[in-house]
Design a protein around this ligand. Sequence first.
Ligand code: C5P
Length: 226
Amino acid sequence: MGKDVIIACDFSNAKETLSFLEKLEDERPYLKIGMELFYAEGPAIVQLLKDRGHSIFLDLKLHDIPNTVGRAMKLLDGLDVDMCNVHAAGAKAMMQAAAKNFRGTLLGVTQLTSTSEEVMREEILIDRPLEDVVREYGRNCRAAGLSGVVCSPLEAAIIHKACGSDFLTVTPGIRLAGDAAGDQKRITTPKQAKEFGSDYIVVGRSITVADNPLEAYRKCREEFIG
Ligand code: C5P
């Protein structure tokens, strides 16, 4: 699997998504459909974007009891998406139930890139260094049969060291130099993400709200892939 830039389509509906994609002219980027768009439009949005030639990462971050997640994953597998994910905090039995029922690339979310170590310790009540948590979650994901993790590019090297270079790191928390961090805490540029060894970068606002999204997308590709 080659390195790629995945655009996070954090839009409220199909109309907004399509009008954004028009700005990308002939480009057919890998797209991430998250909760907002999926809850608004349902499975039809997946089919619509697949029919237009996009690879799809369905980012629904499942986290429930193993039986429920396994059954839900079977339905998502039927949508024939390329990538999907569950929360590593759901633990191994849940992740195994998901992996059993999904044929595409299944990822575990380690710690959201909007979470700082301080918040993780004080509010999520995991009183350990963030890097240890990400590493151990990565190991659990691998043991459960997942193909990789979602983590910050700052943690990609730690994951590859603990889980192997073939274990995928899909990394949000990306900003082109000069763009606002917004709610993200553990961020890098596409160039730094490449240096840290990310396999895929997920870029939302640095492309979607750019004055020229096509230029921003190409800049991300150039920095990350070369
Ligand atoms: O706009 P921005 O580039 O911050 O968007 C990042 C995207 O990646 C959002 O869709 C967010 O839900 C997602 N994401 C994340 N951190 C994770 C997992 C997913 O930011 N750990």
